[in-house]
Ligand binder design. Structure first.
Ligand SMILES: CC(C)(COP(=O)(O)OP(=O)(O)OC[C@H]1O[C@@H](n2cnc3c(N)ncnc32)[C@H](O)[C@@H]1OP(=O)(O)O)[C@@H](O)C(=O)NCCC(=O)NCCS
Length: 259
């Protein structure tokens, strides 16, 4: 029996992998999280990948743009194909899987929170467990493929409100799954995994996911030394926040995803 892939299928799969491997950061300051690929491929094949919701081909008034980007589903498919074909991925993508949290990972997340934040800023174990139960889809965890354990995570809740307030940290009843906006409550990377771009990877993957989910805005608060870090990720600094969490002075940072 001939179990070779058809010519059409082979071109489609190889093109998807190439789009994925050659993607580069979009320099557009409004969507730093997006990674684009150039469109030097057969148009019929591109349309099929669009129909399968693996890529998006942006259109402006002048017609189709010269670049495309992969959907989260497209990225996953390309990663699976690379594994199937025995090809390399970027180091971070090979080392970590980014996904929603599992219920049994709540205790690990609570431990990491304790390591990453001083007691006045850290979210308590009970609150983390509560959040994992009520809003697992608003978590994004990075799992070290070698150990199967969490290396870091980002979490938040969804709401129709626009201004950050401290009750978001403590009252999970404020979570509205289909809320227009996301209030980020914590970004944690374990010390052993720091300084390698993992926090940025988690933040951008979260923004891509929530952009696809149609959210309008992502907000967070941070201390002054972190303002530059978030600004470089594309967040706007809205100045000193009303938040008095942990008795500290916080800055409001905002990312507009969909107008
Ligand atoms: C802050 C933290 C998430 C960074 O994780 P990381 O994986 O080391 O970060 P990355 O390697 O992805 O670095 C991304 C960018 O942030 C900058 N950055 C990293 N740690 C920083 C820190 N502690 N202070 C200021 N900037 C920092 C990096 O220099 C890099 O900047 P670049 O865009 O100029 O290259 C991690 O140190 C941590 O968990 N700290 C404790 C909890 C915390 O402070 N969370 C953020 C709360 S607002």
């Amino acid at each position: 029996m001939n179990d070779k892939k058809s010519y059409e299928k082979a071109v489609e799969e190889l093109s998807l992998m190439l789009m994925y491997l050659t993607r580069t950061q979009d320099n557009n300051e409004f969507c730093r999280y997006r990674e684009i690929s150039w469109k030097g491929y057969d148009f019929g094949m591109l349309d099929r990948l669009s129909d399968e919701e693996l890529i998006i081909q942006p259109r402006s008034r002048r017609g189709y743009d010269k670049y495309l980007y992969l959907t989260e589903q497209g990225r996953r498919k390309a990663q699976e194909l690379l594994a199937e074909y025995g090809l390399c991925d970027k180091t971070l993508n090979e080392r970590f899987v980014l996904r929603n949290i599992l219920p049994e990972e709540a205790e690990q997340a609570a431990e990491i929170e304790k390591i990453c934040f001083p007691p006045n800023e850290a979210c308590t174990r009970e609150k983390i467990v509560e959040r994992v139960a009520a809003a697992p889809e608003l978590f994004l965890v990075a799992v070290d493929q070698e150990t199967g354990k969490l290396a870091g995570f980002l979490n938040g809740i969804a709401t129709d409100e626009y201004a950050f307030r401290d009750e978001f940290f403590t009252d999970i009843r404020l979570h509205k799954p289909d809320g227009k906006n996301v209030m980020l409550l914590g970004l944690d990377v374990l010390p052993a995994y720091r300084g390698q771009g993992l926090a940025r990877e988690i933040m951008y993957a979260y923004l891509r996911r929530e952009h696809e989910n149609g959210r309008k805005m992502i907000a967070l608060t941070c201390l002054k030394p972190k303002v530059k870090m978030y600004t470089r990720m594309g967040y706007q600094n809205k100045g000193i926040s009303q938040s008095a969490w942990g008795g500290e002075q916080w800055y409001d940072m905002v990312y507009v995803l969909n107008i």
